[in-house]
Design a protein around this ligand. Structure first.
Ligand SMILES: *Cc1c(COP(=O)(O)O)cnc(C)c1O
Length: 444
């Protein structure tokens, strides 16, 4: 099979098979399980394998998964089993990564707001740390001095600096982390920063990595690759000015965009690696170790969210389906519909494809604000109460990161594998939040 075929694993037929089985097993139920997330674990394994294959053997790579894309511990455990490391950006994500069994040296901590205590902990554990700014650099200086004076010896952490290559924005401003004025990293082209950075490396032999993460959804491959090229060029400049190979690794971040408008994964990891060869061939000479931090591209297309249609109506001539999936599980889509459109498939109560003429309909959620729409005027067979809608490509950043509006409980998330004979197996990745848990969380 080619990469392309492997990455179209979660096809319409397969989603239907999964939906039918989920309904039969009561994982979707019009009273007790109004909505649920599904992650196709076979497809996840195929996608991780495609990532591993895409990078050449000439280079030593640690692929880490950006935990924020799907922080469920069993998902992280599964990814660990597939040979991934983990990128974390908060004490909570670090705890989730450790709970999932990642060894400290396979965890990378990136966050623009690490406290002193978090830094001490990371350096004690041996977790890799990417320093975001000059003040954090001074803090790490102090912590390492304190370690030395208490005789703790050298930290095993790989320590790097996040640079902002300032290559510009993609199509979604909020997802573009390498603009001239981005909040992330040390801006490479700002007055005096390049010289100051080289001096910082000269004075600190323990500073051995360079990190850049150009962006996320909406960033063209060439823009991402230009950012990586700037990081590599910077690393080579440090090494040549210092006359020693002090920078041993480049963390190239994540951010491969995902196509939310069709089944095949495009672009593929191999296309990105092609662009990296074109812009930053020095990345592959073997002189540098490489870390990657992909999130969305590993999970998004391997999951979907299914929800019942509760009522249908027509307002001002527009048919509207009121479903149980809205802003609480599709936050970005509801608040930024132009940037985050989702495909939606329509199903009858058995999970089979809904038939009928396509009628433009609004697909609304259950939240009490007018903008709680996951799609507007979407042509679909006319939905009826008891039907099911599936929000596609929601394996990353959707059900795993809910929004607590209207005290709607977090839905269950199920892992799915399909055996050769078509038998669908579910495993619980996260139980649905109960109303009791919800009340407890909102009480003193
Ligand atoms: C969010 C983030 C990632 C992952 O981005 P994706 O678009 O999900 O691949 C990787 N690295 C850093 C530093 C991030 O902030």
């Amino acid at each position: 099979m080619t990469d392309h075929q492997l990455n179209t694993l979660l096809t319409a037929e397969r989603r239907e098979l999964i939906l039918r089985a989920a309904i039969r097993e009561g994982l979707l139920d019009p009273e007790d399980a109004l909505l649920a997330g599904f992650i196709d674990l076979d497809a996840v394994a195929a996608t991780v394998a495609a990532l591993h294959r895409a990078f050449p053997d000439s280079v030593e790579v640690l692929h880490t998964f950006a935990a924020k894309a799907n922080c469920l511990v069993p998902v992280l455990e599964r990814l660990r089993g597939l040979g991934m490391g983990c990128e974390v950006a908060s004490p909570g994500e670090l705890a989730q990564a450790l709970a999932a069994g990642f060894a400290a040296e396979r965890i990378v901590l990136d966050s623009p707001a690490k406290t002193s205590r978090e830094l001490v902990r990371a350096l004690d554990l041996g977790v890799a740390v990417n320093i975001d700014n000059w003040q954090e650099l001074s803090r790490v200086d102090e912590i390492l001095r304190a370690r030395e004076s208490r005789g703790a010896g050298e930290s095993r952490s790989r320590i790097g600096v996040r640079i902002n290559p300032q290559v510009g924005a993609g199509s979604i401003g909020a997802m573009s982390t390498a603009t001239a004025t981005s909040k992330f990293g040390i801006a490479l082209a700002d007055d005096g920063n390049l010289e100051r950075l080289v001096a910082a490396f000269r004075d600190r032999p323990w500073l051995t990595w360079v990190h850049a993460h150009v962006g996320s959804q909406g960033c063209p491959l060439d823009l991402m690759a230009e950012g990586v090229a700037a990081a590599v060029a910077f690393a080579e400049k440090v090494n040549s000015e210092l006359g020693r190979r002090q920078v041993v690794g480049i963390d190239i971040g994540g951010g491969l965009p995902v196509n939310f408008d069709s089944d095949p994964m495009a672009p593929g990891f191999d296309e990105y690696v092609d662009r990296l060869w074109a812009h930053a061939p020095a990345l592959f000479t073997g002189d540098f170790q490489v870390v990657t931090e992909f999130g969305r591209s590993l999970l998004a297309k391997n999951g979907f969210t299914a929800a019942y249609v509760e009522y249908t109506k027509s307002s001002g001539g527009r048919p509207i389906a009121i479903t149980h999936a809205g802003a609480q599980v599709a936050t970005r889509t509801v608040f930024m519909p132009q940037s985050w459109p989702l495909r939606i498939s329509a199903h009858d109560p058995s999970g089979g494809p809904k038939s009928g003429d396509l009628v433009p309909q609004d697909i609304a959620g259950p939240c009490c604000f007018a903008g709680d729409l996951v799609a507007t005027a979407r042509p679909l067979p006319l939905l009826e109460p008891g039907d099911i809608v599936a929000l596609l490509d929601t394996g990353a950043y959707y059900t795993s990161t809910p929004f607590g509006y209207n005290s709607l409980p977090e839905p269950a998330v199920h892992g799915v594998t399909v055996e050769a004979d078509g038998t669908v197996r579910f495993e619980l990745l996260r139980a649905a939040q109960s109303i009791d848990e919800l009340v407890a969380r909102t009480n003193r």
